[in-house]
Design a protein around this ligand. Structure first.
Ligand SMILES: O=c1ccn([C@@H]2O[C@H](COP(=O)(O)O)[C@@H](O)[C@H]2O)c(=O)[nH]1
Length: 237
């Protein structure tokens, strides 16, 4: 299993959100080793399929962010299909519930010591309290993140995806054990786009994030390599 990062250089996950594998590989080349982990998300996975996973795992550990959310039997089958391809981390929606998460964990365990880290996505970083209300969730994001986090970890998730705004609260409530992976990261002055719960890379790591996920602030930069290196250089040690 991928080790928890100990130094700033290990904390950056770059999101390669493009529909083309050649572009994703070129981005990875331009960033060199600045991101320790490459994120393969829904856009590239839907466009290029498992070949994208194979090509990226040949270069670096891959965070496969496919946010599985289905009945337990189907999610277990998806995990069994993915494991031989060697993703370092795989996401599933905490909202799928404890039986789905437990089935995913059981399926992953069969891959042995090289099994992927299973991360439960709590409340998407694009959602604020008003959006949560629209989907029928009372209370703010923090309450819902904590409720889903406790359930997901008890069911077998290794860690959580949350926004930087919940990291300190989760560390207080749950301790140092759960891995916390944090998207919605925006270096000071950059465009939030569709993200609602944002923070800078430095704020996220200072609060206790293990990994930060950064997409457009790197991929849309004129020099993605320089953007990635600047983010790592600014992280607290
Ligand atoms: O709650 C979540 C879960 C996953 N993501 C993913 O992270 C990246 C963020 O990209 P940016 O361009 O830096 O906004 C993207 O691939 C999302 O699918 C998230 O943003 N929030």
């Amino acid at each position: 299993m991928l080790a928890r990062p100990q130094a700033p250089g290990g904390r950056l996950i770059a999101a390669l959100d493009t529909p083309r594998l050649d572009e994703a590989l070129s981005l990875a080349d331009r960033m060199g080793g600045a991101p320790a982990v490459l994120k393969l998300g829904l856009e590239l996975f839907c466009a290029e399929g498992p070949a994208a996973l194979d090509a990226l795992t040949a270069r670096a550990p891959v965070f496969l962010d496919v946010k599985l959310h289905d009945i337990p039997n189907t999610v277990a089958g998806a995990i069994r299909a993915l494991c031989p391809r060697g993703p370092a981390m795989v996401t599933l929606h905490a909202g799928g519930g404890p039986a789905m998460i437990a089935a995913a964990r059981e399926a992953a365990e069969r891959a042995g010591a090289t099994r992927p880290i299973l991360l439960a996505v709590t409340v998407l970083t694009s959602m604020d309290a008003a959006t949560l209300h629209e989907v029928g969730v009372a209370g703010g994001p923090s309450q819902q993140v904590l409720r889903l986090a406790r359930m997901a970890l008890a069911a077998g998730a290794d860690g959580l995806v949350c926004s930087a705004r919940e990291v300190a609260m989760l560390r207080d409530a749950l301790g140092e054990d759960p891995l916390l992976v944090v998207p919605g990261i925006r270096p000071a002055g950059s465009d939030p786009g569709d993200q609602a719960r944002v923070a800078t890379p430095e704020e996220a790591v200072a609060a206790g994030a293990d990994w930060i996920v950064v997409g457009r602030p790197i991929t849309a930069a004129a020099d993605p390599g320089a953007a990635a290196r600047a983010i790592v250089a600014a992280l607290p040690r």
